[in-house]
Design a protein around this ligand. Structure first.
Ligand SMILES: NC(=O)c1ccc[n+]([C@@H]2O[C@H](COP(=O)([O-])OP(=O)(O)OC[C@H]3O[C@@H](n4cnc5c(N)ncnc54)[C@H](O)[C@@H]3O)[C@@H](O)[C@H]2O)c1
Ligand SMILES: [Zn+2]
Length: 355
C-alpha cells in the first residue's frame, strides 16, 4: 500500500494506492465520508464488472447507497447526461451531506466531479479511478469537465475530491488498448520529471513485470502530479509541463474527429514529433527522440501518422480555444526527466512545426 496527501491552500486529501482496495471500499469510505448517504456514479462497463460488489461493500459499512449508471463512452460526457444525473440525484433527495462516488475512468471522474461541483452548489465527492489514465492523471488535480458539441472539456471547473482510492487490480479487466493509452501518460511523467521512472519503464522485460510493479509506478506518477498541482493548482505555470506531447496530440485526435486515435495515442505521437522538432532546432539533447521512440514501441504506442497534413494540424492548433493568446506555450525536454516551457509566437508556428 502507498499513500500520499495532496495539500492545497484550503483543501487536502489523501490518495491511497492499494491492490484489492475496492473489495473493502466501504470501510475506507467510512474514514473520509461524513454523512451516511452516498450515491455511486459509474458507466455501463464498470457497473457490469464492479457495480454490485462495490455497492455491497458500501452497504456492509452501514451507508445508504443509490446508484446512477450511464452508457460507457466519451459521447456520454455531455450536458444531456449531466441533466439526467442531476434529476436522479434530486429524486434520491441528495443534499450537501450526500457524497458522490465516481467509480470508473476519466469520463466518470470528470463528469461526476463537475456534477458534484454544481449540484446544490457543491456536494462532497470521492474518486475511485478504474483506468490507468484515470489512476495516474485525471482523478488527481481537481480538473472536472463536460464536453460541448463545439469541443471537448469546454465547460468545467477546479473541484477536488475528498479522497482518491486507487485499486491496481481493477486494471486487470482493461482492454489492452485502454491500458496502453494510460501508459502514454505514465511515460510522459518520466519524460518531464523523472529519469529514474523512465529507466525503470525501459528496463521491465515485459508487461507482466510492469504489472507486478504497478503500485510503485502509479505512486511515482501520482507523486509527480501532486507536487506539480500543489505548486500551480490553476495551471498558470509549472502545471503546463503536464501537457508535454498534448498540443500535437490534441490536434491529431481532433484531425481524425476523435475516431482514429485515443488520447494517449495522440499524446504518444505528440511526444515523439515535438521532441524530434526540438532536437532538430538544438533545444533538446541529441538522442532523446530515439529513446522516446524506443519506449513508445515497447508499450505498443504509435510514433507517427502516415501522410499527416502538417498545415492542417497547425491550423487546428491555431484554432484551439486554449491557444488563442499570442504565444503558444509548448513543452519541450532539455533531456529525459527535465522539461521546460517554450514560448512560441503564433507567427513562428509554421516554421517550428515544419519537419
Ligand atoms: N481531469 C483531468 O485532469 C483529465 C486528464 C486526462 C484526461 N481526462 C479525461 O479523461 C477522459 C478519458 O478517460 P479514460 O481513458 O479513463 O476513458 P473512459 O472513462 O471512457 O474509460 C475508457 C473505457 O474503459 C472502460 N473501463 C473503465 N474502467 C474499466 C475497468 N476497470 N475494466 C474494464 N473496462 C473499464 C470504460 O467503460 C470505457 O469504455 C477524457 O474525457 C479526458 O478528457 C481528464
Ligand atoms: Zn493527457
Amino acid at each position: 500500500m502507498r499513500s500520499l496527501t495532496l495539500n492545497l491552500k484550503d483543501h487536502s486529501y489523501e490518495i491511497l494506492i492499494k491492490k484489492g482496495i475496492l473489495k473493502n471500499i466501504g470501510d475506507e469510505l467510512k474514514k473520509v465520508v461524513k454523512g451516511n448517504k452516498v450515491v455511486v456514479l459509474t458507466d455501463s462497463n464498470v457497473d457490469r464488472l464492479y457495480g454490485e460488489s462495490t455497492i455491497q461493500s458500501i452497504k456492509n459499512a452501514g451507508f445508504t447507497v443509490d446508484k446512477i449508471v450511464f452508457k460507457a463512452g466519451e459521447e456520454s460526457k455531455s450536458f444531456e447526461t449531466v441533466l439526467d444525473i442531476y434529476s436522479k440525484l434530486a429524486s434520491f433527495k441528495a443534499n450537501r451531506t450526500t457524497t458522490l462516488i465516481t467509480l470508473g475512468g476519466g469520463v466518470v471522474g470528470d463528469m461526476g466531479g463537475f456534477v458534484a461541483s454544481t449540484f446544490v452548489r457543491g456536494i462532497p465527492f470521492v474518486q475511485i479511478p478504474t483506468t490507468l489514465l484515470a489512476q495516474v492523471d485525471s482523478s488527481i488535480g481537481g480538473k472536472v469537465a463536460v464536453n460541448l458539441p463545439e469541443g471537448k472539456n469546454l465547460v468545467g471547473s477546479f473541484y477536488h475530491p475528498d479522497a482518491v482510492f486507487i485499486d491496481t487490480d481493477a486494471l486487470n479487466t482493461l482492454e489492452d488498448r485502454v491500458f496502453n493509452d494510460g501508459m502514454s501518460e505514465v511515460i510522459k511523467y518520466g519524460c518531464i520529471k523523472d529519469k529514474q521512472l523512465f529507466k525503470k519503464l525501459l528496463s521491465f522485460k515485459d508487461i507482466e513485470e510492469l504489472k507486478e510493479n504497478l503500485e510503485d509506478v502509479i505512486f511515482n506518477c501520482c507523486s509527480i502530479k501532486k507536487v506539480v498541482v500543489e505548486a500551480d493548482e490553476k495551471e498558470t505555470g509549472e502545471r503546463m509541463l503536464l501537457n508535454f506531447g498534448h498540443t500535437i496530440g490534441h490536434a491529431i485526435e481532433k484531425y481524425f474527429d476523435y475516431k482514429e486515435y485515443t488520447h494517449g495515442e495522440g499524446v504518444a505521437i505528440g511526444m515523439n514529433i515535438i521532441t524530434a522538432l526540438a532536437e532538430k532546432d538544438g533545444l533538446t539533447e541529441p538522442g532523446t527522440t530515439e529513446i522516446i521512440k524506443k519506449i513508445l514501441i515497447k508499450y505498443s504506442l504509435p510514433l507517427e501518422v502516415k501522410g499527416l497534413d502538417v498545415d492542417k494540424v497547425i491550423d487546428i492548433i491555431k484554432l484551439d480555444k486554449k491557444n488563442l493568446e499570442k504565444d503558444l506555450n509548448i513543452i519541450l525536454l532539455n533531456k529525459i526527466g527535465d522539461s521546460f516551457i517554450h514560448k512560441l509566437n503564433n507567427n513562428n508556428l509554421n516554421s517550428f512545426f515544419k519537419i
